[in-house]
Write a protein of this length. Structure first.
Length: 342
């Protein structure tokens, strides 16, 4: 096997690059290096910590070491099974579905989607590139074509660090174009579950208010006339008496602005539980307090639980993700006062 190291893998250890490009486990890749079965530009490499450079020719002389180990998915070179959870270099996420065009993942809370200020490693993108070598190739294609940011291959939408749930990642430029267009034209559906402060009077409603950068705090978003159009439809699933009073809602994005659900719900006086950026801390934190185990710092009671779009290969598809255990625990703790009163 001979492969050219894509620019996206430049600076990676040779065993990690080999694992990414071939689909074998890290252990097998390390063994191939240690027995002298790997060459870079014709020279045998014996140290697995050796860093690779973009454009180098990586050659495996013997793809079957003396004691092969199947990859984490069972067969070397195949993709993960649906529902398979990935644990590589500290990046953990669940693959809900994968095919030639796209990957659907269930992002855990606390995981940043891509590189940015203060986040140069350990992101979802790092984990995806490590597991799916074609995303590294896609990054190179994007760099050449100028079709997008090559540091974010396949990313067509995002979730905040403290938000969990479903995301779709494109594996080709064509799929990225199709999915991005569906998000822009509102053909794709994204629905969230959120526990918000207070009791919503109406069973359903729409928040139609432009969202843009806050004039007061540059790192925050806000409802502002200078912002971009934004619409969030919601319906109440459950009203829970307090203290504190709160409401479980389903929120559907009709647009996709940064922090849209958080900003819109706070704007109508019902901030998301755990969100002290857009809501009064004493109020938002009281909603998520009392659960055992306690909710992690920075965790929002916001979960992307349904994702619907037209598959690039044809057909309308939908995936759902149940409320995670940590949020179920919060919900249970909030219901206890009502149950006790009965």
């Amino acid at each position: 096997m001979i492969a050219v190291v894509p620019a996206a893998l430049a600076g990676e250890r040779v065993d990690r690059a080999l694992s990414t490009l071939t689909g074998v486990s890290r252990k097998v890749a390390a063994e191939l290096v240690s027995v002298g079965s790997v060459r870079i530009d014709g020279a045998v490499v014996l140290q697995r910590s050796r860093k690779v450079l973009g454009g180098e020719r990586l050659e495996v002389l013997d793809p079957e070491p003396s004691e092969t180990e199947p990859s984490e998915t069972g067969d070397a070179g195949t993709g993960p099974r649906e529902g398979h959870e990935i644990h590589e270099t500290g990046v953990s996420f669940t693959v809900v579905h994968e095919d030639d065009d796209l990957i659907v993942v269930d992002k855990p809370p606390g995981l940043v989607v891509h590189h940015g200020a203060g986040h140069n490693e350990g992101t979802l993108v790092d984990g995806l590139i490590e597991r799916f070598s074609d995303l590294a190739v896609l990054a190179d294609q994007m760099a050449v074509s100028g079709s997008g940011d090559p540091t974010r291959p396949g990313i067509v939408h995002r979730l905040d660090k403290g938000t969990s749930g479903l995301m779709v990642i494109a594996r080709t430029e064509q799929a990225a174009s199709s999915l991005s267009e569906q998000l822009r034209t509102k053909q794709a559906g994204r629905e969230y579950l959120a526990l918000v402060a207070g009791t919503l009077v109406h069973d359903a409603g729409v928040v139609d208010a432009a969202v843009g950068r806050s004039n007061r705090v540059a790192t925050r978003m806000a409802v502002t006339p200078k912002g971009r159009p934004a619409r969030t439809a919601y319906r109440v699933l459950e009203r829970i008496e307090g203290p504190p009073d709160c409401s479980l809602i389903e929120a559907k994005l009709e647009t996709g602005r940064t922090h849209q659900v958080r900003v819109h719900m706070a704007a109508i006086g019902h901030p998301v539980g755990g969100d002290d950026r857009y809501g009064e801390r004493s109020r938002t934190m009281a909603i998520v307090a009392g659960a055992e185990p306690p909710l992690d710092t920075g965790r929002l009671f916001l979960h992307a639980h349904r994702l619907t779009f037209d598959h690039p290969a044809g057909g309308r598809v939908t995936w759902t993700s149940p409320l995670p255990a940590d949020l179920e625990a919060v919900l249970g703790s909030r219901r206890l006062p009502v149950q006790a009163a009965r």
